[in-house]
Design a protein around this ligand. Structure first.
Ligand SMILES: Cc1cc2nc3c(=O)[nH]c(=O)nc-3n(C[C@H](O)[C@H](O)[C@H](O)COP(=O)(O)O)c2cc1C
Length: 170
């Protein structure tokens, strides 16, 4: 079963997770950024990475998803929010529903990723009544995100994908 890893990234976090995942994919698996990814046609298994934008997969990942049909897909993502939050669960659901009607989703993984400092600067300039204005809770979350993805996330992604691959290729 021919496999590839395709990732969408704006600031590099999802690319790092994709490269960690590649190490536990079957031999000869290729890796592409979404901009350079080939047609999914000849691949049976696709590990597809997105970054979370406005609560769901980013536009480039979403666009590529529309090209995929009849495949086994394992999703992975990075986001600024906490990965064990309801928010993260919803983001994963949004990614899944974007692809599951035409494909078999064989797994999904998410971890935190540092937020572009330019976006944080924007938040800082918002008036306090704005829903994205800085609060102590938000600052804490951004500080935690700034530590990710880290070695632990890479190992978690690899552990997750290893068992997906074992299930598919046994
Ligand atoms: C323009 C923009 C919008 C974002 N929107 C969200 C969001 O809605 N929810 C969230 O949890 N994180 C959000 N983030 C944080 C990113 O999802 C997170 O930093 C991710 O790891 C970026 O991945 P990348 O480095 O592969 O581009 C946003 C970041 C940017 C730059």
């Amino acid at each position: 079963m021919k496999a590839m890893v395709v990732y969408s990234t704006k600031t590099g976090n999802t690319k790092k997770v994709a490269e960690a995942i590649l190490k536990v994919m079957p031999a000869e698996t290729s890796i592409y950024s979404v901009e350079n990814a080939p047609s999914p046609e000849e691949y049976a298994f696709i590990a597809l990475g997105y970054w979370v934008d406005r609560g769901g997969p980013d536009a480039s990942a979403k666009e590529y998803m529309t090209k995929i049909a009849g495949k086994k897909v394992c999703l992975f993502g990075t986001l600024g929010a906490y990965p064990d939050s309801d928010y993260a669960q919803k983001a994963m659901t949004n990614a899944r529903v974007a692809i599951e009607t035409k494909n078999e989703v064989v797994g999904e993984f998410i971890c935190q990723g540092k937020i572009d400092p330019r976006l944080i600067d924007k938040f800082k300039s918002l008036p306090p009544e704005h829903p994205h204005a800085m609060t102590p809770e938000r600052i804490k979350r951004h500080q935690e995100a700034a530590k990710h993805p880290n070695e632990e996330d890479f190992v978690a992604a690899q552990t997750y994908f290893r068992q997906v691959v074992a299930r598919l290729y046994d």
